[in-house]
Design a binder for this molecule. Structure first.
Ligand SMILES: Cc1cc2nc3c(=O)[nH]c(=O)nc-3n(C[C@H](O)[C@H](O)[C@H](O)COP(=O)(O)OP(=O)(O)OC[C@H]3O[C@@H](n4cnc5c(N)ncnc54)[C@H](O)[C@@H]3O)c2cc1C
Ligand code: SF4
Length: 493
């Protein structure tokens, strides 16, 4: 524990952000860094609790009090080693994780939680600056070959782990650049692509081979991969978006969120955009869906200069504070106002879209909406809704982005060729902790197995699946697992 009285002396502070008016002018990241003194104070707030609930809040089992202590003492290399023992990519989670660890922080019971995510970002940025983050190519090779399909955080984490123990790893990616949603989903203003590229370069230098523009199931028959490699890890994500099949869906001007976001990410990286330009400059925009993806559409629309932005959510507005249904240390489903919302957007809850209305040329010109009322159960959880009489109305709108989540992975192509079993939600079936499909030597990790989730979960699954692959190939594994995280805790306490 850095400073015994730290949690009483210092309050939670976050680094300064560029003002919404300024940051909307470009796509750059806008969250600053702490001064040395502030970083020291923020790490001093950690109480090194007897039972650190933050560990169990973090899907990676990050050893948080130990790295806070090392940061307080300015032992940067030690802080980096502790953090990287459980997390391959703290530069991603330190920027875009919703930080369930902070929701579980013991200090959070009656004071603002430790700024764990920010401390994590500082540790890794200092580590890069000081040259601690190096390629990791072992001299001893096992001679085993592994194909990883998909280069999102799950595939990258699996590859990073497997290369460490001497296997030959090839990552196949159907997009033109590696990174999955880190590159083509999450906008640059949350995660600049130079941060992704910096990590890919370290991985390449460690020996990971990336084969982009290669779709397994189309460019390469999936069963050939199984024949040619000693093991295969499927990490293709959950890519089928939820649609809104109401009258007028065929009109021009209605897009899935990912069509819009991917295109803008390519533009920012000066990469060619193949489809028609989806731009919202001077347009009235409606984003349907209240989650992270919807919020990214809001931030992107503001940067493109939209005339107006409305965001609709069918569910009721979440509570501002924890209630009986979400006691500490559970992750609270409370009202979240993202940095994109701060930049300008009207949010409405309990709204259902009934129809898209077009002009004579088939272009979207308006939406027909209705307010809905939800019934709730004894814990205040919404159960079913009914329309509010007399609330049907029309609003002008030329662009709609559907951001209602992803239903499941794409089955046609790779999964169909392999004949993998699916679970009830049509994700690839493999138990958590096992990661092995019904097809011999084929494993699965990330959103493709657990359904649409978070980057931190994808990294966690990639790491755990890599361990299972290593055990399958070698009979045992020295790779870290969150189940043996105590090993690190003990060695650093
Ligand atoms: C717009 C948006 C914003 C988000 N924001 C956040 C956030 O702020 N914080 C957070 O924690 N999470 C966020 N998420 C969720 C997070 O990005 C995902 O949970 C995570 O990326 C899943 O990782 P993955 O590796 O399983 O899959 P993905 O990142 O989806 O990567 C899968 C990759 O596999 C490739 N692929 C698929 N099939 C094949 C094939 N047959 N052959 C070759 N390649 C294939 C795909 O092209 C893709 O590159 C966001 C998601 C979206 C859509
Ligand atoms: S990865 Fe996310 S949950 Fe884990 S310590 Fe970092 S911010 Fe917290």
């Amino acid at each position: 524990m850095g400073k015994v009285t730290g949690f009483m002396e210092y309050g939670r502070e976050l680094p300064e952000k560029v003002s919404p008016q300024e940051r909307k002018k470009n796509y750059k990241e806008f969250v600053g860094l702490y001064s040395d003194e502030k970083l020291n104070q923020q790490s001093a707030r950690c109480m090194n609790c007897g039972i650190p609930f933050c560990h169990s809040g973090c899907p990676l089992g990050n050893v948080i009090p130990e790295f806070n202590d090392a940061v307080y003492k300015k032992n940067w290399e030690e802080a980096y080693e502790i953090l990287s023992s459980t997390n391959n990519f703290p530069e991603f989670t330190g920027r875009i994780c919703p930080a369930p660890c902070e929701a579980a922080c013991v200090l959070g019971i009656n004071k603002p939680a430790i700024a764990i995510e920010e401390i994590e970002k500082h540790i890794i940025e200092i580590a890069y600056e000081k040259g601690f983050v190096k390629a990791n190519a072992p001299i001893l090779k096992t001679g085993k070959t592994i194909a990883v399909v998909g280069s999102g955080p799950a595939g990258l984490a699996a590859a990073a782990q497997l290369i460490k123990v001497g296997h030959e790893v090839t990552v196949f990616e159907r997009d033109d650049k590696p990174g999955g949603l880190l590159r083509y989903g999450i906008p640059d203003f949350k995660l600049e692509k130079t941060v992704v590229e910096r990590r890919i370069k370290i991985m390449e230098d460690s020996g990971v081979v990336f084969k982009c523009n290669t779709e397994i199931g189309k460019d390469i028959e999936a069963n050939d991969l199984v024949k040619d490699y000693d093991a295969v890890v499927l990490a293709g994500g959950s890519t089928i978006p939820r649609d809104l099949p109401i009258p007028g869906r065929e009109l021009k001007g209605i897009y899935f969120a990912m069509q819009f976001l991917k295109q803008q990410n390519k533009r920012v990286s000066s990469l060619p955009v193949q489809q028609e330009d989806i731009l919202v400059t001077d347009k009235n925009v409606v984003v349907i869906g209240g989650g992270d993806t919807g919020s990214d559409c809001v931030g992107t629309s503001n940067r493109q200069g939209a005339k107006s932005i409305l965001q609709f959510e069918l569910m009721v507005q979440p509570p501002k504070e924890r209630n009986l249904a979400m006691p500490w240390p559970q992750y609270p489903m409370i009202l979240k106002t993202t940095s994109s919302h701060e930049e300008g957007c009207q949010r409405h809850w309990g709204v259902n879209t009934k129809e898209f209305i077009g002009d004579a040329d088939g272009n979207l010109k308006a939406l027909m909406l209705v307010d809905v009322e939800w019934e709730t159960d004894f814990l205040g959880r919404p159960t079913k809704f009914k329309e509010v009489e007399g609330s049907i109305r029309e609003i002008p709108c030329e662009r709609v982005f559907l951001a209602m989540g992803f239903v499941n992975p794409q089955y046609d192509g790779m999964l169909a060729q392999l004949g993998v079993n699916l679970d009830a939600r049509k994700n690839v079936d493999a138990k958590e902790g096992d990661f092995r499909t019904n097809v011999g030597k084929v494993f699965v990790a990330g959103d493709m197995r657990r359904g649409q989730s978070l980057v931190v979960w994808a990294i966690s699954e990639g790491r755990e699946a890599a361990r299972k692959v290593d055990q399958f190939l070698m009979g045992h594994s020295v790779l870290e697992s969150k189940d043996n995280v105590d090993m690190y805790e003990n060695s650093y306490s």
